[in-house]
Design a protein around this ligand. Structure first.
Ligand code: FAD
Ligand code: N01
Length: 547
């Protein structure tokens, strides 16, 4: 490969191009190097970290405990790294990503501030040609999309958006220098996980905060705290066993699932169990019973409990009623985990505006106008989410040799085999792609599982002398049908969630991740590999594909 200086465009050939240097791309690079494959990573950001590089909004932190939201591939790393808090804040997770980059000397193969715009497969040569916005043009036998499921930030198309005179921010593209809201009148649009984390922190600084809510969210208190030394020691002493246990669970997180129906116990017992889970905090609330995401009546008992908590926390009954979700089952939009979110609405300078009742009409020079009133502020925060799962992939012009683009193939919703590959696009892998457990899981577990599978696959292909691998259309069709079938056995499709593409006008309504469970899915992937990559075709080493 020809490297002509730090900013000179890169040309030539490598074995693998990876797009993205978040946790997926970083670990993929590490594994491919160990296989002796020449690998280059292109990353749009200025450094590693992905999500944790971009999402620097106040209050940003993980909602899977840090002892679990971390790499498991290096026993030394997981023993030596010390997490300061139960749920690490964004700066600490970014520090961790940077530490990993240094520890494994990753940066020397990553081209930062470089966005991949085009990827085209040349079947005759069996090569992907990757083109970036900096003029790089690199051929690679394999291309791995580690572009992230929640990396395409989205600002809704409000009329007049350019007219607002003050600064605007999106939570997913937060300024690196931070934002001082002291004394300001701030508007926040959105009440998803990002907003729920940011609102209490912004409220603490701002003179006035107006929150524009379209759909209320169920949120469970985090009860975050400094890492208790005994908790850390317990995990570190049993890491191999506990990590292996996480691989077998439904969502890649080790916690106690109460394997009982919510309807099998009396009301008093049920209430006690919910209280215990509320006091413990976080995502494990949803494991209070085993049928909360499949049985509407069971689900309603949990939903009613959370609504009751909201009414108990929020003093003004009208605000409490607006904050209490009623239009979808609990857990079918990503459950939120908060620190003092609902209590923030007791502050006299914080106002909740229901934009379902009175929608936003336009952004104005000094704020925004709904069908009911005008609101003025000095700064406006879009906590409006992402074009999830497909957004970053569809932003790249990915084309096969027949001139078909992935975007066109996915016009009616993403279609993949195992969330790893799409038929018609040989040698192109996705990490945590649509059709895999992905965003329904502890992503670190799903990322490591995909990276390990891809690394083994490339090693196997090398050993067999194959030029590559391609998902068969039949296997893809069967997998898409299975993903849908399993989703429709649950309550998930009942919500207008980003899992369903419902947050982006015009996006097809398809449940994108695989809800069969991390453990079940891992077993399927293992079996596929053990059976000679069942459902895939191995590409013969055609003469033209030889170097
Ligand atoms: P990302 O971290 O999104 O990295 C993808 C990278 O690809 C980005 O850096 C992006 O710049 C780059 N990229 C994309 N397109 C291109 C292109 N065309 N050219 C070049 N570069 C490109 N998951 C959990 O399991 N637990 C949590 O607690 C949790 N908290 C989260 C909090 C927030 C605020 C958000 C937004 C997500 C959270 N997630 C959480 C999900 C999170 O995205 C994953 O956990 C994980 O960080 C994803 O890593 P990744 O490398 O796959 O993708
Ligand atoms: O985005 P979201 P997010 N007019 O899509 C509203 C992960 N994450 O960035 O619900 C008015 O959830 C929209 O309203 P509605 C996690 O997986 C994790 O908050 O569509 N409002 C919603 O309220 C999460 O799920 C953490 O009706 C509009 C909000 O904007 C995912 O990232 C923290 C609107 C968007 O919420 C995304 O979370 C942060 C419009 N036109 C993120 N358009 C952790 O805690 C959108 N909205 C670990």
């Amino acid at each position: 490969m020809t490297e002509q200086g730090p900013l000179a465009p890169l040309t030539g050939e490598v074995d693998v191009v990876i797009v993205g240097a978040g946790f997926s791309g970083m670990y993929m690079l590490h594994r491919l190097r160990a296989l002796g494959l020449r690998t280059i990573v292109f990353e749009a950001a200025g450094d590693v970290g992905g999500t944790w590089y971009w999402n620097r909004y106040p209050g940003a932190r993980c909602d899977v405990e840090s002892m679990q939201y971390s790499y498991s591939f290096s026993p030394e790393l997981q023993q030596e790294w010390h997490w300061e808090e139960i749920y690490a804040p964004q700066p600490e997770i970014l520090r961790y990503a940077r530490h990993v980059a240094e520890r494994f000397d990753l940066r020397r193969d990553i081209r930062f501030e470089t966005r991949v715009e085009h990827a085209r497969f040349d079947r005759a040569r069996c090569r992907w040609e990757i083109v970036t916005d900096r003029g790089d043009r690199v051929a690679a036998r394999y291309c791995v999309m580690a572009t992230g499921c929640l990396s395409a930030a989205r600002v809704p198309d409000f009329p007049g958006a350019e007219r607002f005179r003050g600064p605007t921010y999106h939570t997913g593209h937060w300024p690196h220098e931070g934002v001082d809201f002291s004394g300001q009148r701030v508007g926040v649009i959105g009440t998803g996980s990002s907003a729920i984390q940011a609102i209490p922190v912004i409220a603490a600084a701002a003179a006035r905060l107006t929150v524009f809510q379209r759909t209320p969210n169920y949120s469970i208190p985090a009860h975050n705290r400094p890492m208790p030394p005994e908790h850390e020691q317990r995990w570190k002493a049993r890491y191999p066993e506990l990590r292996a246990r996480a691989w077998e669970t439904r969502n890649g997180i080790v916690y106690d699932l109460n394997d009982q129906s919510a309807l099998a116990v009396d009301a008093e017992t049920r209430r006690r169990i919910y209280e215990e889970r509320w006091t413990a905090g976080g995502i494990p609330f949803m494991a209070a019973f085993n049928d909360l995401i499949v049985n509407p009546d069971a689900n309603e008992t949990a939903a009613a409990f959370v609504r009751e908590k909201i009414r108990a926390i929020v003093h003004d009954p009208d605000t409490a009623a607006k904050l209490a979700p009623t239009s979808y089952p609990i857990g079918t939009k990503r459950i939120c985990v908060d620190s003092d979110y609902f209590a923030t609405f007791n502050c006299p300078h914080v106002t909740l505006v229901d934009v379902r009742q009175a929608p936003i009409v336009e952004i104005t020079e000094s704020g925004l106008r709904t069908t009911a009133a005008s609101h003025e502020f000095d700064a406006l925060v879009f906590a409006t989410g992402f074009d999830a799962m497909t957004g970053a992939l569809n932003a790249i012009a990915i084309e096969n040799d027949a001139g078909e683009s992935l975007r066109d193939k996915w016009a009616a919703g993403p279609r993949t085999y195992l969330g790893l590959m799409a038929a018609g696009f040989p040698n192109l892998f996705m990490i945590t792609g649509p059709g895999s457990p992905s965003v329904l899981s502890n992503m670190m577990v799903s990322i490591e599982q995909h990276v390990d599978w891809i690394a083994r696959c490339l090693a196997d292909l090398g050993a067999r002398g194959a030029a590559g691998i391609e998902a068969s259309t039949a296997a893809e069709e069967a997998w898409v049908a299975h993903v849908n079938e399993v989703a429709h056995k649950t309550l998930y499709p009942a919500a207008n969630s980003w899992y369903m593409g419902a947050n982006v006008p015009g996006k097809p309504r398809v449940f994108m991740p695989y809800i069969g469970g991390v453990g079940v899915y891992r077993e399927i992937c293992e079996k596929v590999a053990a059976n000679g990559y069942e459902g895939f075709h191995l590409l013969a080493p055609v003469a033209a594909a030889a170097e």
